[in-house]
Design a protein around this ligand. Structure first.
Ligand code: HEM
Length: 510
């Protein structure tokens, strides 16, 4: 028996639709630690008055694996405690790329090449993350200027302004991500790149989210009925008109520099420049492949950070005590560093780091994490779990992140839980940017998010200035719940909040 399948020969499309609208409830029910259980109709289906029989699934004992019908694939949901064992498996046994390309419908969204290469991932880890001290002032300037533009201006104490935080933060992070992808010179020369990567990302997600509801056999035809597919194709082509000539130009330049034996680091520490410089194989030097890799990094980054920052702001608005503690901490740091904020000054903010972890723990970007495909048969957990070649495996994020054995009062938001006196040492040793297989913000193992250092820096640049400079309030005092589609949780782009300049801001300018 399989979770989210009502009867053995149920057409997979029904599982697809249920998963698209009720993934959270389906996973939560399947995670319940019982041996055999009836699962009632998910609450959201009840509201929509769809009559389906009770879902009966066989669930093994506490912490044991189970099968989940997502509609497009049957996933083996593994217990979180096997993550260290999975981390030890070599890439010829367990691979992440295939499952990422599959989940975001690489064939339809134009990102299929990420199944063949992890070059962009390697570059983010080995070249971009170490270059963050150089990128910091440039990224900071772009994000901060955009913040001034898209958040309410005016003197402190002004009337509240009703605004949509997600589109505003997406604009800020598009500036930062464009810089990481293309470098300052290219973005200044072609400001259109900022909006273009944003448009591309939006249409990629629209195509993927809608087409995940359509049976696989007709996807290739049906996708062309979507306006977002046409928009996406246009954006990919336009992106190519910027990236391809730049790659060719840099390759020619490099060829002449190599001739002069120039082995120095490039002057601009951006993804394109590094990919051109380090590319060894045909694939890694192909301008069209590099265009796709830049587009797929944009897709994986901008909305992830924007969603996270909006969720964090919303959590802090709902918990003024946590917000006050962070403001006090920021004011103290501001005085200690005499207002000179650099990359080092963003670290060691215990309260802020704790609140960031808590938001990521309770409102992750996706409820299933550590998604991989088995390339060979193997056994786990002392031979108790058998995984067959070709099997898609995953881990339930909420089952791990809200496990009472790991987190006390696990389902309750406690923004300062990680910096409590008895936890502070562990907290400082594992700041927000660290891979943590209890919270799973970044996944885990060798394929944990390669953009986590960039995300940590960019999120703090915006969060610190927003927390110090603005007051936030819910419309009608009603807290905002995360939206969800398939396994993805998000802050809805149409969500509104009331925002105004803060009277007693200490004036942090990064
Ligand atoms: C708060 C923001 C972000 C969150 C929560 C997040 C989370 C994640 C997670 C959970 C994964 C899957 C890891 C796994 O399978 O174990 C992932 C993959 C990835 N992330 Fe992020 N991410 C964020 C920001 C970024 C940024 C800023 C970048 C780039 C600059 C980025 C680039 C990527 C890429 C390229 C992958 C795919 C890795 C692969 O194919 O192996 N992410 N991210």
């Amino acid at each position: 028996m399989v979770a989210n399948r009502l009867y053995p020969f149920e057409p997979p499309w029904f599982s697809r639709l249920r998963w698209a609208v009720c993934a959270q409830e389906i996973l939560e029910e399947a995670d319940k630690k019982v041996t055999t259980q009836y699962f009632g109709v998910p609450q959201c289906l009840k509201y929509k008055a769809i009559h389906v029989a009770d879902i009966r699934i066989q669930q093994q004992a506490d912490g044991r694996p189970y099968l989940l019908a997502r509609g497009d694939k049957e996933l083996l949901v593994l217990p979180g405690h096997v993550i260290p064992e999975l981390n030890g498996l070599k890439p010829d046994i367990l691979l992440s790329r295939k499952s990422h390309a599959f989940a975001l419908l690489g064939k339809l969204t134009g990102m299929q090449v990420v199944e063949k290469t992890g070059y962009h991932v390697r570059m983010l880890l080995s070249r971009i993350s170490p270059a963050l001290p150089d990128l910091f002032p440039l990224m900071n300037a772009r994000i901060s200027t955009s913040m001034e533009l898209h958040f309410p201006s005016g003197s402190s104490g002004d009337e509240w302004t009703l605004m949509k935080p997600l589109p505003a933060t997406v604009r800020c992070f598009s500036e930062g991500i464009a810089l990481v992808l293309f470098g300052a010179a290219m973005v200044e020369k072609n400001p259109r790149l900022v909006h273009l990567t944003n448009e591309l990302t939006t249409s990629i997600f629209e195509v993927a989210f809608i087409m995940r509801c359509v049976p696989s056999v007709i996807q290739q035809a049906v996708v062309w009925l979507l306006p977002s597919k046409w928009r996406m194709e246009r954006s990919w082509r336009e992106l190519g008109t910027f990236v391809v000539p730049e790659v060719i130009r840099q390759k020619e330049l490099l060829a002449s520099d190599n001739h002069n034996h120039d082995k120095s680091s490039p002057t601009s520490p951006d993804l394109i420049t590094w990919m051109v410089k380090d590319g060894r194989t045909e694939l890694e030097r192909d301008p069209n492949v590099l265009t796709t890799l830049c587009g797929s990094v944009a897709a994986g980054s901008t909305y992830s950070i924007a969603n996270f920052v909006c969720r964090a702001l919303s959590d802090l608005t709902a918990h003024p005590d946590v917000l006050a503690a962070i403001r006090t901490e920021l004011a103290a740091r501001h005085v200690a560093i005499k207002g000179q904020w650099d990359l080092a000054a963003l670290s060691g903010l215990d309260c802020l780091e704790s609140a960031m972890k808590e938001t990521a723990r309770l409102a992750p970007g996706t409820i299933i994490v550590y998604s991989r495909v088995a390339e060979q048969d193997f056994f786990l957990d002392h031979g108790r779990i058998e995984v067959r070649k070709g099997q898609f495996v995953t881990v339930s994020g909420p089952a791990r992140a809200t496990d009472e054995a790991i987190f006390e009062d696990a389902k309750t938001y406690k923004g300062l839980r990680f910096c409590a006196e008895e936890k502070i040492e562990g907290h400082r040793a594992k700041p927000f940017r660290s891979v943590d297989s209890d919270i799973l913000t970044w996944g885990a193992g060798r394929w944990a998010c390669p953009g986590r250092m960039v995300a940590d820096m960019a999120a703090k640049v915006l969060l610190i200035q927003l927390i110090d400079g603005y007051d936030f309030r819910f419309v009608g005092g009603k807290p905002i719940k995360p939206g969800s589609v398939h396994e993805f949780l998000f802050f809805h782009p149409d969500n509104q909040m009331l925002v105004r300049r803060r009277k007693d801001a200490v004036g942090i300018k990064l």
